[in-house]
Design a protein around this ligand. Structure first.
Ligand code: SAM
Length: 270
């Protein structure tokens, strides 16, 4: 069950301004978005070749990553930060297919995520959803739905999937290190992010995102790797999402434009 009883419509709901969660849902072809979100998704997709495919690749690597974590790494606790609106193959579905007892907490700043999550999770005792700002790790980690539900004296997973690029340069190091610090050895950190490998569309997407959704930062692979400090990256390290443990062969020399917008990495705490 969800640990909140959100109002409908949530008081903060603004139909005139796009939000990150709803615009991303629109990019993925979901139904939980408004005209203003669809307009932003359409306009941005026109300017950035492969943007929709990039969102789909991000979802695919989320599934492969969670499957790896639950199946091969034996993880049974997941704190999914910036979890997004429910879509197909959500973190709890992938993790609980491997281990029905795996606990998942979804955290998102968009109140619509709790509303839809609550409906989806009505009969699920091992998954919770809460509305909170990831940039306040103290509040997130001490919230009853997190502190009383996940046991941080045992290995756990922190996920910042499709989320790191919404943390501005002035907060990113402090925020991510606060989450890393709460984890015991054997825990994992799973990050995907908009990347800057020198292609103009990467910084262009960051700029459009900042202008319309307040935050949006493309980072170099080295800057993304720096967020795993104190952790050991598992193979293949920080790499384009399509190349992170793909289910079938992928030619690294033949990536489509949308496959060069994001990178992924998973690391284990030493
Ligand atoms: N993790 C999902 C995935 O990879 O498919 C969703 C990614 S979506 C691109 C980013 C999500 O992060 C959105 O749902 C947005 O509302 C959320 N988000 C952005 N900034 C946030 C913040 N400061 N605190 C909590 N959530 C945030």
């Amino acid at each position: 069950m969800a640990d909140e009883t959100p109002e409908w419509p949530p008081a903060e709901l603004d139909f005139d301004k796009p939000t990150i969660a709803r615009a991303y849902d629109a990019l993925l072809g979901g139904k939980d978005n408004f005209a203003v979100d669809r307009a932003l998704a359409d306009q941005t997709a026109e300017l950035i070749p492969g943007l929709r495919e990039s969102a789909i690749e991000n979802r695919k690597v989320l599934v492969r990553g969670v499957r790896y974590l639950a199946r091969e790494a034996g993880m049974d606790q997941f704190l999914d930060l910036g979890s997004g609106l429910p879509t197909v193959e959500n973190t709890h579905e992938v993790a609980q297919r491997e281990n029905p007892g795996a606990r998942v907490v979804y955290v998102d700043i968009d109140p619509l995520v709790s509303v839809h999550g609550r409906a989806l999770l009505a009969n699920n005792d091992v998954t919770k959803v809460m509305t909170a700002d990831v940039r306040d790790p103290g509040a997130v980690l001490s919230a009853p739905g997190v502190k009383g539900f996940l046991d941080f004296s045992r290995p756990a997973v922190i996920m910042l999937v499709g989320m790191l690029h919404y943390l501005s340069p002035d907060v990113v190091d402090d925020v991510v290190s606060a989450y890393r610090d709460v984890l015991v050895p054997g825990s994992h950190l799973f990050i995907t992010s908009l990347v800057d490998t020198g292609l103009p569309q990467q910084q262009e997407l960051a700029r459009i995102t900042r202008e319309n959704l307040e935050e949006g930062w493309a980072r170099t692979p080295e800057e993304i790797e720096a967020q795993f400090a104190g952790f050991e990256l598992i193979e293949p390290g920080v790499t384009y999402t399509a190349l992170w443990r793909p289910d079938g062969p992928v030619d690294p020399g033949d990536l489509a434009p949308g496959e060069q917008l994001g990178m992924a990495g998973i690391a284990v705490k030493l």
